[in-house]
Design a protein around this ligand. Structure first.
Ligand code: PGA
Length: 249
């Protein structure tokens, strides 16, 4: 069985005190992380080093950042580079989340540049793809997400591709305004992604309103090898429960 990735992005939440409490709690419960499950956590930039220090250098929990620039250094006010993220202890770079595409001008081209930058520095690109409700209603979900993925991964060798994790996160299913996807709705997009990427990438994750009630069913969908979670994992208890569910899957 392939490794199941189960991780969370905290988005723009948590003070350092809250980040510390969550990370210390996880460290105390590391013995409950099931075999075959790869945990990861993606705090705000401000908490990266704090979480790294708490988890320790050789933690089985991978640490990520929610974005990074494609250039290594220079006059890019407000941005953080992949080498800086790595220096702060990150091993994963989240790229192309729909909130960044919608509000911060992320495009297929910038996702491609950022995937390349992460790989260049030995970090794992976590590429997020997903279609809007409009695209879904028009019946174009699979074609749309395959195009987003192909654009971001263009030109990679098989060795490089094997280090990429893809998270399919339909925009209509994400966050407070989203509605949880049904298993039936996800079968076709994952079949399409699986036909192209299963066994070629490190993981094919689902994200969007994952909760304790639907996690097991989502992990049962063909080609799904993990969950990328927001709200349900922001309380440590929820995250630990998701890890346990993955362990039973
Ligand atoms: P959610 O967020 O689990 O709170 O819907 C998912 C995401 O944006 O990755």
């Amino acid at each position: 069985m392939s490794t199941l990735w189960v991780g969370t992005s905290w988005k723009m939440t948590k003070t350092l005190t809250e980040a510390r409490a969550w990370a210390e709690g996880l460290r105390e419960h590391l013995d409950t992380v099931p075999d075959g499950v790869q945990p990861f956590v993606i705090p705000s930039f401000t908490a990266t080093t704090t979480v790294r220090e708490i988890l320790g250098e050789d933690s089985p929990v991978l640490l990520g950042v929610q974005n990074a620039h494609w250039e290594d250094t220079g006059a890019w006010t407000g941005e953080v580079s992949v080498p800086q993220a790595k220096d702060a202890g990150a091993q994963i770079v989240e790229i192309g989340h729909s909130e960044r595409r919608e509000h911060f001008g992320e495009t297929v081209e910038t996702t491609r540049l950022k995937v390349a930058a992460a790989l260049r520095h030995g970090l794992t690109p976590l590429l997020c793809i997903g279609e809007s409700a409009g695209v879904k209603e028009a019946g174009g979900s699979s074609a749309f997400i395959l195009e987003q993925a192909a654009g971001a991964l263009e030109g990679l060798s098989e060795e490089e591709l094997a280090r990429v994790v893809i998270a399919y996160e339909p925009i209509w299913a994400i966050g407070e305004k989203g509605r949880p996807a049904t298993v039936e709705e996800l079968v076709e997009p994952f079949a399409a992604l699986g036909a192209e990427y299963t066994r070629r990438v490190a993981g094919l994750l689902y994200g969007g309103s994952v909760n304790l009630g639907n996690a097991a069913d989502l992990l049962g969908i063909d080609h799904v090898t993990g969950l990328f979670v927001g709200r349900t994992a922001w309380e440590l208890e929820g995250y630990l429960e998701l890890l346990a569910i993955a362990g039973r899957s």
